[in-house]
Design a protein around this ligand. Structure first.
Ligand SMILES: Nc1nc(=O)c2c([nH]1)NC[C@@H]1CN(c3ccc(C(=O)N[C@@H](CCC(=O)O)C(=O)O)cc3)CN21
Ligand SMILES: CC(C)C(=O)C(=O)O
Ligand SMILES: [Mg+2]
Length: 271
């Protein structure tokens, strides 16, 4: 049975951590699902991490849909969440059309950024499971910076989080906020909080899959390399290149052969 929002809420109640990673393709989805991830997430970080765009705001609904469909084919047990792209939820009707499109293409729930209580309430009232996202929100911020470091900005985030829950949000991502604020908001909410750069005390954690696999050069402070996959890929590409160039690959065992009588007939004509 695939995981539901209720399973995630129960994990929070039992003080069990919720695990989430971004995912943009089928083979990665199969492995994440097999590993037992709770939430597999097609984020709009797709743009900068998978498609080579300069910014998340360049990601279209078509882009998300295309990758969501691939991920859907690989996810059997996890909850599958999809980001609503920039400018696809500018009013309640547009938001509902976007959310319904993503649900129709395999998402179990959708995520949107910011203090969007009216949109969240409208989606919720139409049966959509919505995840909020507060703190650093790439669709409205240009440069990564920790949010909620001062009394005023922190209060805005606490009040916003409570309002989103009240509006019907099922879950809340907190991005780049002080650990103290992650803890405070998590304690105030009945719905699960998922942190990225939000410290130790959120109900769950999310990372960008390339970051945690070590596919990017450079290390962001909130992340950790759980594997040196980039280095392994580079080594494999370099070794392949060298072996093809030197003739070490392919070997006879990699080749297919004709029956000798067929070959002899052919050579009689052409040699
Ligand atoms: N590869 C990748 N990793 C992410 O964590 C990530 C994305 N992409 N795309 C969407 C958002 C944007 N995020 C980001 C982007 C940049 C920083 C960054 O530059 N962090 C600095 C410190 C910033 C600060 O402390 O003010 C660092 O050195 O880690 C952090 C989170 C998190 N998300
Ligand atoms: C950083 C996470 C939460 C996100 O929104 C994304 O990957 O798009
Ligand atoms: Mg996003």
């Amino acid at each position: 049975m695939a995981k539901t929002i209720n399973d995630l809420r129960r994990k929070k109640q039992n003080a069990q951590k919720i695990t989430m990673l971004t995912c943009y393709d089928y083979p990665t989805a199969v492995l994440q699902d097999q590993a037992g991830l709770d939430v597999i997430f097609v984020g709009d970080s797709l743009g900068t991490n998978e498609l080579g765009y300069a910014h998340e705001t360049a990601v279209s609904l078509d882009d998300i849909r295309h990758h969501l469909k691939a991920v859907r084919r690989g996810v059997k047990q996890a909850y599958l969440l999809a980001d609503m792209p920039f400018k696809t939820y500018e009013n309640p009707e547009m938001a509902l059309a976007t959310a319904q499109d993503l649900i129709a293409h395999g998402a179990d729930g959708v995520k949107l950024e910011g203090f969007q209580e009216e949109i969240v309430a409208y989606l919720h009232n139409n049966g959509i499971e919505v995840c909020g996202h507060l703190g650093y929100t790439p669709q409205s911020h240009n440069k990564a910076a920790v949010q909620g470091k001062t009394f005023d900005s922190a209060k805005k985030l606490v009040d916003g989080a409570v309002s989103l829950q009240h509006a019907g949000a099922s879950m809340l991502v907190l991005e780049l906020v002080p650990e103290e604020l992650g803890k405070l908001i998590t304690g105030k909410l009945a719905i699960p909080t998922i942190g990225i750069g939000a410290g130790r005390f959120t109900d769950g954690q999310v990372l960008i899959v390339q970051d945690m696999l070590g596919i990017h050069s450079g290390q962001l402070r909130h992340s950790k390399n759980f594997g040196q996959v980039g280095e392994m890929m580079l080594n494999a590409f370099q070794t392949y290149t060298r072996e093809v160039e030197t003739g070490e690959f392919p070997q006879p065992a990699n080749a297919r052969n004709m029956k000798s009588e067929e070959l002899e007939r052919l050579l009689k004509i052409y040699s």
